[in-house]
Design a protein around this ligand. Sequence first.
Ligand SMILES: Nc1nc2c(ncn2[C@@H]2O[C@H](COP(=O)(O)OP(=O)(O)OP(=O)(O)O)[C@@H](O)[C@H]2O)c(=O)[nH]1
Ligand SMILES: [Mg+2]
Length: 298
Amino acid sequence: MKAGFIAVVGRPNVGKSTLMNKIVNEKVAIVSNKAGTTRDSIKGILTIQDTQYVFIDTPGIHKPKHLLGEHMTNTAISALKEVEAVIMVLDGTQEISTGDQFVFDKIMKAPNTPRIAIINKIDLMKDEEIEEKIGEIKAKLGNFHKIVTMSAEYAIGIPKLLEAIDPFLEEGIMYYPEDMYTDMPMYRMIIEIVREKILTRTRDEIPHSIAVEIINVERRENGKDKYDINIYVERDSQKGIVIGKKGALLKAVGTDARKDIETLLEKKIYLNLWVKVKDNWRKKKPFLKEMGYNLDEL
Ligand SMILES: Nc1nc2c(ncn2[C@@H]2O[C@H](COP(=O)(O)OP(=O)(O)OP(=O)(O)O)[C@@H](O)[C@H]2O)c(=O)[nH]1
Ligand SMILES: [Mg+2]
């Protein structure tokens, strides 16, 4: 029996959540093409025979512009403490930037924790570009115990990655039951599903301006429970966009979200979505706390 915690960090949008979902083969974390999708750390657990990997997916580390961003970056940095290994995910199609160097510097605050670099999105790269990227990592960032090339999207390279982690796990331990794939509570998963569906259908500032809250669950005798969920935006103008022409966007979000929630709960539900304005909520501590974003992480 051996097990360990593995932090998954990197810049926004490099594919951290996609990677974790593909490894544990479950939809644990939401994914979108918008930077800043993940806002909290999320565990994804994989148990194969006598080995348990506990991955901690984290928000993309970036320069924060408001309290929520600060919470996100702090959350990611604090996940680096007390883990058996750190995985730094890089988007292979992009230049290594000061953003990546910033992430690497944070990792180096715990210099004794084993480090693995992942060059992700190799499905979009030529072989020679992959070779070049390996050299670029060594030159621009620094030393890793291993560099693994992968396509998280197409689940390419997962056995190689697990093999790279194995030597760092601790003997004699198992943290979670073997059939458990996350410790995220159900209500949180429901909130995240709604947020993902909005992220997918909106752009610019909207994805960042959304917060979601379950306000009421009504048990129904026919077994089809009713969920009332608030979607918060930051300005009046955003409310109109999220509702859409004749309510079309909100309706589509509702249909998408309901299907996923029904799959998760393994039963039919009624889903009512309401859009509310909370001026500049991302900068307001009490509201952030109410939404479950813990601001005292560091
Ligand atoms: N082509 C390709 N796209 C990928 C791959 N992995 C992830 N993506 C895409 O990259 C985008 C970002 O993926 P996420 O998994 O949400 O990225 P993240 O690093 O968790 O992003 P944040 O939570 O915002 O920090 C999505 O559109 C994914 O579909 C890959 O291997 N190949
Ligand atoms: Mg993510």
